[in-house]
Design a protein around this ligand. Structure first.
Ligand code: C2E
Ligand code: CA
Ligand code: CA
Length: 381
């Protein structure tokens, strides 16, 4: 990558208030003073490694302050596009915060009249602020809902394909918002994963699963979805381990589901699996077949269970390709002696086909929808 380096003598002006803002600068060597030209007030002195001149770039308005070399100075130029590209790719909350900070800072400076009304941030500010702030609002509400017990856990049966008996359940989170009604876990789990709220959701789910396991026959297991933040957090894993021990639940009855898309860094995934195994939790590869990881590398991770994604089951009678893929996954799992689960089974026809292919377990509306703990306990095992 080539850098544009600029050099200035001591006392030389880098930019004047009112100049157009076509780049920002990082100080490679020396010191810069930022001042308001009209009354010569110095508002900042910056040192090596610091960034300046970014404000006008962010909202595409002329410089509202001036900058002068306090010492002989070497600067690296950061082009407008480098900054705006990053900003346009950033989280709406980050954009909203940058926008709010910028507005607030500008309001403290003289010559605010120079800020262009049609700036990049002005154009998108209201949309971004709305999106970012409504996300903030939802995040606070989710926090409240967790504390108030509004985030529920439901359990969907997983059946043994050959005996058709219930072998276990998958625990799934549910949130009914007081105004918005049902919010899909896809939405609120993603929100929780962006913050540490996923740890709290995880604590809830594990606690309820352990309580249910206490009331279920010893051979019945519960699968729990976990995300990377939970697996990176040793305290979280130790807490779950201690909870299972305190309730005399064998950890082998708690199977952790890791989605294939989480396996980006193989070394890290290996670490997660080793940690879970050391505690005694079996690990299931969720949404198997949908990620972008190579099959060989995935198999090297040696999951205890592979859960084939619903997309294969939904399309197995529509396209020969899906049927062939299912067949080869089944053969491979048998050769490796890895347990195989199919999810999203809705019809008897699908069930019969998966039985023929040799799948061990099945999950889907055909066997049962996600249900409350009370209803789960009414089933026969
Ligand atoms: P998933 O882990 O792949 O869960 C299976 C999803 O398929 C569930 O959606 C389930 O209700 C749905 N499903 C089950 N059987 C059928 C069927 O026969 N037909 C159809 N069309 N759908 C079926 P749900 O509950 O909306 O959850 C969506 C995703 O949200 C889950 O996908 C999981 O990735 C995530 N999730 C849910 N609860 C939690 C949680 O407590 N923690 C974490 N980390 N993720 C969770
Ligand atoms: Ca799952
Ligand atoms: Ca899945």
């Amino acid at each position: 990558m080539s850098y544009d380096i600029k050099k200035y003598q001591q006392g030389e002006i880098v930019f004047h208030g009112g100049d157009s803002s076509d780049c920002a600068y990082i100080i490679e060597q020396g010191q810069v003073e930022i001042f308001v030209a009209s009354n010569q007030t110095i508002i900042d002195i910056l040192n090596e490694g610091e960034l300046f001149g970014e404000m006008g770039v962010l909202d595409q308005s002329p410089r509202s302050t001036s900058a002068r070399a306090l010492t002989p100075l070497t600067l690296i130029e950061v082009k407008t596009q480098q900054i705006t590209n990053r900003l346009s790719e950033s989280d709406p909350i980050v954009k909203a915060l940058v926008g709010v900070l910028l507005k607030r800072f500008r309001s403290m400076l003289p010559n605010q009249g120079m800020v262009s009304k049609n700036s990049l941030l002005d154009q998108v500010a209201s949309v971004i602020e709305q999106a970012g702030l409504s996300k903030f609002k939802l995040e606070s509400e989710l926090r409240g809902a967790i504390v108030e017990g509004e985030v529920q856990t439901v359990f969907q049966p997983i059946s043994n394909i050959s005996s058709q008996k219930i072998a276990g359940f998958e625990a799934l989170s549910r949130w009914t918002h007081h105004e918005r009604g049902f919010i899909s876990p896809v939405e609120f789990i993603a929100l929780a994963e962006e913050t540490d709220l996923i740890i709290e959701v995880g604590d809830l789910v594990f606690t309820r699963a352990i309580e249910l396991l206490e009331r279920l026959p010893e051979h019945v297991f519960i699968n729990i979805n976990v995300s990377s933040k939970q697996l990176d957090d040793d305290e979280f894993l130790n807490r779950v381990k201690a909870k299972a021990k305190a309730h005399a639940i064998n950890p082998s009855r708690l199977k952790l589901e890791i989605t294939e898309t989480m396996v980006v860094d193989f070394k890290l995934a290996k670490k997660w699996l080793d940690k879970c195994r050391a505690i005694g939790f079996p690990v299931c590869a969720d949404d198997f077949g949908t990620g972008h990881s190579g099959m060989e590398q995935l198999l090297e991770l040696d999951f205890d269970v592979l859960k084939v994604d619903q997309v294969f089951i939904r399309n197995m009678f529509k396209s020969k390709r899906y049927e062939i893929i299912l067949q080869s996954i089944a053969q491979m799992a048998q050769a490796l002696e890895t347990k195989l689960v199919a999810e999203g089974i809705e019809s008897d026809e699908e069930f019969q086909m998966l039985k023929k292919l040799g799948f061990d377990f099945g999950q889907g509306y055909f066997f049962g929808k996600p249900m409350s703990e009370e209803n789960a306990l009414k089933l026969s095992f």
